[in-house]
Design a protein around this ligand. Structure first.
Ligand SMILES: [Zn+2]
Length: 93
């Protein structure tokens, strides 16, 4: 857990998941794309900014709701983060 994005390494985060927390509030969850596309994913937890996600932090493990979808040249991942693990998500047909 870090207090600002300055505390997060610029290089690959590997499988580390960072929570940016300030004034007792979690603001961002930041991690690299779980499929190794090299895309840094920044998930907003603040309700003042849309879209925002709900985080469940339990036993040191992070779950996010709803699913995280990335639309990027090098990364088009769509997954659920459940207890620190990414589970592939599918759009309903
Ligand atoms: Zn990806």
């Amino acid at each position: 857990m870090v207090s600002s994005t300055n505390g997060i390494p610029k290089e690959s985060l590997g499988k580390d998941i960072y929570i940016v927390s300030r004034d007792g509030k979690s603001r961002w969850v930041i991690f690299d794309c779980p499929k190794g596309h090299g895309k840094r994913i920044e998930v907003n937890l603040m309700r003042s900014i849309k879209p925002y996600w709900d985080m469940d932090f339990c036993d040191g493990k992070i779950s996010l709701y709803p699913s995280v979808a990335v639309a990027d040249d090098k990364c088009d991942c769509h997954f659920w983060l459940k207890k620190n693990k990414a589970e592939e998500a599918f759009f309903e047909a």
